[in-house]
Ligand binder design. Structure first.
Ligand code: DAH
Length: 344
């Protein structure tokens, strides 16, 4: 059997060198070192030899198998190269074809809007303050001058957790309390921050309202901060965001945590105030709630309202994105439909 093995080995080396194509190579493989190849079969029949011959034969057979495996791999590389050159030369491969594009992800439209907002506010000296998504009842409501059982709580439909007093924030305003307490150094330092983040409401999902959405809150605390500062700041912002000619309108409104409170509209930038479907023929689009920080809220943040004052606002990035791109249904934002997301 040892002689047989050596003979197969000799022949295999010769026929491997002669194999000149992938097909011939694979034919060689199955004939020699494949599952039913000659070497494999011989190796398997080691057991039939008399005991004293088995070790020597098995050793040599394994050696031969390894040598042939290595020779095969080497020849395979050579042949692939030869075949590639041949196909290039024969013009079968068009090397001028563009390469395959690798799909790369893009930024979510809300992320794009948020980044635009960060940029504008950063230019006006606002720093980002991150507050938590999971809030306590007190910070989300009570400390913002919305007492328990007060009907004003009806303004926000809340997701409660199984832990009493722990909720998902319904707005970014509780971040005002956290910012004042963390940055204010016991009511001695001025503040100028934006607080972006996701908010959650236990609401019927429709084309106009989602149960999760972003808000971007703003908070300015200082001495002698007046409503003219609020109006000037928001007007400057709107001109950056919606164009140099954007007109802004302040409408009286009510929020428990500001006094006075207002809602802010910009002239519809799609129809130039003429009235269109997007602005529902009003000529104006609502972009933000705002107001002067309520004395009770200042006190809860550690500030003396007879010395300090401030303004706050809360805007909706999805709203702005919808207006900008004329997106008619807010459900697209978290629907994870690539046909929507790939357009941005
Ligand atoms: N938190 C309000 C809401 O979710 C929005 C808001 C209004 C925020 C007025 C403010 C503000 O900071 O001053 O509806």
């Amino acid at each position: 059997m040892l002689e047989q093995l050596e003979q197969i080995y000799q022949e295999a080396q010769v026929s491997l060198a002669a194999a000149a194509s992938s097909e011939a190579l694979h034919e060689w493989e199955s004939r020699t070192i494949g599952k039913k190849g000659a070497v494999t079969l011989l190796l398997r029949s080691t057991g039939q030899l008399p005991k004293e011959e088995r070790a020597a034969f098995g050793k040599r057979a394994n050696e031969v198998k390894e040598l042939l495996d290595a020779a095969f791999a080497e020849r395979e590389t050579q042949i692939k190269e030869i075949e590639l050159i041949r196909s290039l030369e024969s013009g079968q491969v068009d090397i001028t074809l563009p390469g395959r594009a690798h799909p790369v992800g893009g930024l979510h439209p809300s992320t794009q809007t948020l980044r635009e907002l960060y940029h504008i506010w950063a230019d006006m000296g606002f720093q980002v303050f991150r507050s938590r998504d999971v809030e306590d009842d007190d910070t989300n409501f009570t400390l913002l001058n919305i007492p328990e059982h007060h009907p004003a709580r009806d303004m926000w439909d809340t997701f409660y957790t199984t832990t009493p007093g722990v909720i998902l924030r319904t707005h970014t305003s509780p971040g005002q309390i956290r910012a004042m307490r963390e940055l204010g150094e016991n009511g001695t330092q001025p503040i100028r921050v934006i607080l972006p983040g996701m908010c959650y409401r236990y609401e019927q999902i429709t084309s106009r309202s989602e149960m999760q959405f972003h808000q971007l809150e703003g908070l300015v605390i200082g001495r002698n901060i007046r409503m003219s500062d609020l109006k000037g700041t928001i007007t400057a912002f709107a001109r950056r965001m919606f164009g140099a000619k954007a007109a802004v309108r302040f409408r009286a409104s009510y929020f428990p945590f500001t006094e006075p409170s207002m809602e802010i509209d910009v002239e519809c930038f799609l129809c130039g105030g003429q009235g269109c479907k997007v602005c529902k023929y009003a000529g104006w689009l609502e972009i933000s709630g705002a107001g002067m920080v309520h004395p009770t809220v200042l006190r809860n943040g550690g500030y003396d309202p007879s010395v300090w004052s401030g303004f706050a606002f809360g805007m909706g990035p999805e709203r702005m994105t919808m207006l900008k791109h004329r997106i008619s249904d807010i459900r697209y934002f978290w629907g994870n439909d690539l046909r929507f997301l790939e357009q941005f």
